[in-house]
Design a binder for this molecule. Structure first.
Ligand SMILES: [Zn+2]
Length: 118
């Protein structure tokens, strides 16, 4: 079974453009964006509630953008859609919901269980 790569690539690029727009807007809202990497979340939240909230949204979207970029790289390298844990192909239905998924559903569930037990 081979998945329709160009379809997923298109999905990823669309989402990437959307995220870059959101991140750009948040950057405009947060003053001092350059110091964002050095401050920790608690500091920011305490000093300014609004930037704290924006910062959390920013980091969440940024993380998604990073994952999308990684997925796009995998498309170029020909490893897209392969689970990073077990090397099995990730279910296409799962990729439709989350095109930048790194793990198959089985590995993801294992990881989530492990995280809960920590
Ligand atoms: Zn897996």
């Amino acid at each position: 079974m081979s998945i329709n790569l160009s379809h997923f690539k298109e999905m990823l690029l669309l989402r990437k453009a959307e995220l870059e727009k959101i991140l750009f807007n948040i950057q405009n809202e947060i003053k001092d964006i350059n110091s964002i990497e050095t401050k920790d979340e608690a500091d920011l939240a305490a000093s300014n509630m609004d930037s704290g909230r924006n910062f959390q949204i920013y980091m969440k979207q940024k993380k998604e953008l990073d994952e999308i970029n990684e997925a796009l790289k995998k498309i170029e390298e020909g490893t897209y859609g392969i689970c990073e844990m077990c090397d099995e192909p990730i279910n296409e239905e799962r990729l439709r919901i989350k095109p930048y998924a790194k793990y198959c559903i089985i590995c993801k569930e294992i990881m989530e269980k492990e995280q809960k037990n920590k």
